[in-house]
Design a protein. Structure first.
Length: 365
């Protein structure tokens, strides 16, 4: 590789990034090609990336894979990891776990953390090798020690749930915090939930709010919902129902069913917002139509009581039955009472007993 090739590559990067010149992908590609003629591995890799992403040219995964492989064979560690991913996913090349392992291992042995993560993933999933969580953890440990937040999260989550390792909240906290402090929203969310639940830490709603807020600000949907839930119902130190409603609306609008259910409850009770049965009905219907049993139960009760809707026992029974069929015990007990008393349905003691038994069965699980 010559100094001229390096100059061509650097010019290509300047045009690619718009650094000191007006951004131009066509000019970037021209300079990368000139550098690639001199077997510059990074320039060859960048040509692969441009074909892979369709940047300045038509997307062409097969052409991208050729460049990635060429760069990898020249020893560029980043290309070795990416061609490994191509073989693992079958993108631009036929899926081939042996080739994926070969390239991941080559890069991992050069201490490239992304490749160490991917190699660990192959062992964790048993792709091309016998499933081996100990070996997966060994490679992930190497990557995590280098500060790779994705791997730190993976290790932290393993220790949090006890997958492939013995559950260890102390180690979970260590790795999740390191990933969270680097801004990884999934780690911030799980760290926040540890504080909210008091799992391996002294329960702190203030600390939980802090970490959930960071993840929510990155649009992490579960964090938005759980932060809304935290502000809805927890201790006075963080309780803020008005902000909870704002957050729950964000998540509900994106189709998050539990947010739709909780938002409906806010509208029914007038907590953090004006009481509005119509809006409660709207959000519960959204979730109920998507199959959420809690929303189906709530709609059933609305129809039975005639609150926010015209009283309709048949419609109430329909929604309660939908919920009950999913194992919703309150809906099952409610149906049992309806059949035993003959309220809204013909009295039927056999049917009443069936729903009571179903409720007791689900409660015992």
């Amino acid at each position: 590789m010559t100094d001229m090739a390096q100059s061509h590559y650097q010019l290509g990067m300047n045009y690619f990034l718009g650094k000191g010149v007006e951004k131009s992908f066509s000019a970037a590609m021209k300079w990368f090609r000139l550098a690639a003629q001199h077997r510059h591995p990074k320039a060859i890799f960048m040509l692969g990336r441009m074909y892979d992403k369709g940047t300045g040219t038509a997307e062409n995964p097969a052409e991208a894979a050729k460049y990635y492989l060429n760069s990898a064979e020249l020893g560029y560690v980043r290309a070795q990891n990416v061609i490994g991913q191509s073989y693992m996913k079958g993108r631009g090349v036929p899926a081939d776990y042996d080739q994926a392992l070969h390239w991941f291992r080559k890069a991992a042995e050069q201490n490239y953390s992304d490749a160490q993560y991917n190699l660990g993933l192959m062992y964790a999933k048993g792709h091309g090798v016998p499933k081996d969580f100990i070996e997966a953890k060994r490679w992930w440990g190497m990557a995590a020690e280098q500060g790779n937040p994705k791997v730190q999260f993976t290790l932290g989550h393993m220790y949090l749930v006890g997958k492939g390792v013995k559950k260890n909240y102390s180690k979970a906290l260590q790795w999740l915090r390191q990933a969270a402090e680097q801004g990884l929203p999934t780690a911030q969310f799980h760290l926040g939930m540890m504080y909210a639940r008091g799992n391996g830490v002294l329960q702190s709603y203030t600390e939980a709010r802090q970490w959930l807020q960071k993840a929510a600000e990155q649009n992490y949907l579960e964090a938005i919902y759980n932060l809304g839930k935290l502000l809805s119902s927890s201790s006075e130190e963080v309780r803020d129902p008005t902000s909870a409603v704002v957050l729950l609306k964000q998540a509900a609008t994106r189709g998050h069913q539990r947010s739709q259910v909780l938002l409906g409850q806010h509208f029914v009770k007038g907590i953090g917002t004006a009481q509005d049965y119509q809006l409660a009905y709207h959000w519960w219907m959204e979730a109920a139509n998507a199959g959420n049993a809690d929303a189906q139960y709530n709609l059933g009760i609305m129809y039975l009581n005639g609150k926010g809707v015209e009283k309709d026992s048949l419609e109430g029974k329909k929604w309660l039955t939908n919920a009950a069929d999913q194992g919703h015990t309150k809906a099952q007990y409610c149906l049992g009472v309806m059949y035993s008393t003959g309220k809204g349905v013909p009295q039927d003691m056999d049917e009443a007993f069936r729903w009571k038994e179903a409720a007791e069965f689900w409660e015992s699980l």
